[in-house]
Design a protein. Structure first.
Length: 332
C-alpha cells in the first residue's frame, strides 16, 4: 500500500510491521465488479475464535455473537449457523456489528468458488435476526456506561489540509477577482437541484462504490480454501486485524503530511511548480497495484510489501455467490 509512495520513512515503517492471516466472512461487494481492475472492494466481517470481550465504551457484551457449527457453545444457547460445506473449525463465532471494508486484489488465475465455504441464505437470515436482537442492547449498554462515567464526545481533531486543494489555491489566486465576477451568473447554470445531486450520488455509488479514501483501505490477498491455509490454533483475534489497519493508515497519513509540508514549504522552486508537487502527492495517495507483470502480494507486510497476509479465509454468502466469482473473473 505504500510501495509507490516514494517515501523511505513510510517504507521502513511498513517493513517492520508484523502481520497475520485472518479469517473473514465476505458480506457484500461494494461496487459493480467491472473487469480488468487491480482490486475489488468488499465489506467483510472478521471471524473470531472466541466469545467477544466486554467493551463497555462500545456497548459490547460477550454474548453478542453467533456460533458457527460445529461450535455449539454460547452463553444464551443460541443455535449455531451452518455452512456448506461444514465449517472446518469448531471454535468460531460471528461477532455482532463487527465489520469493515477492504480491497481484495485480483488474481490472474481467478477464484474457484467451488473451493469456498458458503453461508446459505436461511442461515444468514438466522444470524441477522440474532444481530438484530443485539443492536438495541448495545445502544442501551453504551448509554448506561456513558451516563455513569460522564462520557463526552472527544474534540474533533483537525485534518491535514488537502494537498491538491492547496495547490489549487496557488494556481488560482492570481485570477481570484475574475472568478468571483464570473461566478455570479444564473442559479440554473451553477447548480443542480438537490434531487438531481442525490440521484447522481446514488448512481455513482452503485457503479463506483462508496465515496471512501480507497488508498487507505486495507489491500489484501484472499484465499477461499480455509483449512489449507489456516490451522484452527492459528486463528488470531480479529481485533488484531484492526490494529494492523490502524498502523498502516498512520504510516500513510504521516507520508501525506510530509508530502504536504514539502509542497507548502517556502521554497520558490516548489511554489512555482505546483504540478510537480501534485505529482508527488499522487505518488503517496494513489500507489496502486501494477496489473501487468508477475503476481505480487497486496500488502506484503514483513518485507513490505510482504503480503497483508489477510489470508482473508472467507466464508461467502450463497446469496452473493456470483459476485465472488465475477469480481476476479477478468484478467487480474
Amino acid at each position: 500500500m505504500v510501495e509507490g509512495a516514494n517515501d523511505s520513512e513510510a517504507l521502513s515503517a511498513a517493513e517492520v510491521m508484523q502481520t497475520k492471516a485472518y479469517l473473514v466472512y465476505l458480506q457484500m461487494e461494494l461496487e459493480i465488479p467491472f473487469p480488468d481492475k487491480p482490486w475489488y472492494r468488499y465489506r467483510v466481517s472478521p471471524i473470531a475464535p472466541s466469545l467477544r470481550a466486554e467493551d463497555k465504551d462500545r456497548g459490547y457484551a460477550p454474548d453478542m455473537c453467533v456460533p458457527i457449527f460445529p461450535n455449539t457453545s454460547h452463553p444464551l444457547g443460541r443455535t449455531p449457523v451452518r455452512t456448506d460445506p461444514v465449517f472446518p473449525y469448531n471454535n468460531c463465532y460471528h461477532w455482532a456489528e463487527f465489520k469493515t471494508d477492504i480491497r481484495v486484489r485480483a488474481r490472474p488465475e481467478k477464484f474457484d468458488e467451488r473451493r469456498g465455504t458458503l453461508l446459505p441464505s436461511t442461515e444468514y437470515i438466522k444470524m441477522d435476526d440474532y444481530v438484530g436482537e443485539d443492536i438495541p442492547r448495545m445502544d442501551e449498554l453504551q448509554r448506561q456506561h456513558r451516563a455513569a462515567t460522564g462520557w463526552q464526545f472527544p474534540a474533533v481533531q483537525p485534518r491535514v489540509p488537502s494537498l491538491e486543494g492547496s495547490l489549487h489555491r496557488h494556481q488560482t489566486s492570481a485570477s481570484a477577482s475574475t472568478s468571483s465576477v464570473n461566478s455570479g451568473s444564473s442559479y440554473a447554470d451553477s447548480s443542480l437541484s438537490e434531487e438531481s445531486e442525490d440521484s447522481v450520488d446514488v448512481l455513482a455509488e452503485v457503479f463506483a462504490g462508496p465515496n471512501q479514501d480507497v488508498d487507505a483501505l486495507p489491500l489484501v490477498d484472499l484465499w477461499l480454501e480455509l483449512a489449507e491455509n489456516l490451522k484452527q490454533e492459528d486463528i488470531p483475534n480479529p481485533l488484531e486485524f484492526f490494529e494492523e489497519c490502524d498502523a498502516i493508515k498512520s504510516i500513510i497519513q504521516a507520508a501525506r503530511e510530509r508530502a504536504y509540508a514539502v509542497v507548502n514549504a517556502p521554497h520558490q522552486g516548489m511554489t512555482s511548480k505546483p504540478e510537480a508537487a501534485l505529482a508527488q502527492l499522487r505518488e503517496v495517495e494513489s500507489a496502486e497495484v501494477d496489473t501487468k507483470g508477475p503476481t505480487r502480494s497486496l500488502l506484503r507486510m514483513p518485507k513490505l510489501p510482504r503480503k497483508w497476509s489477510l489470508c482473508l479465509k472467507s466464508l461467502t454468502n450463497r446469496v452473493r455467490r456470483s459476485r465472488v466469482v465475477r469480481a476476479p473473473s477478468a484478467p487480474e
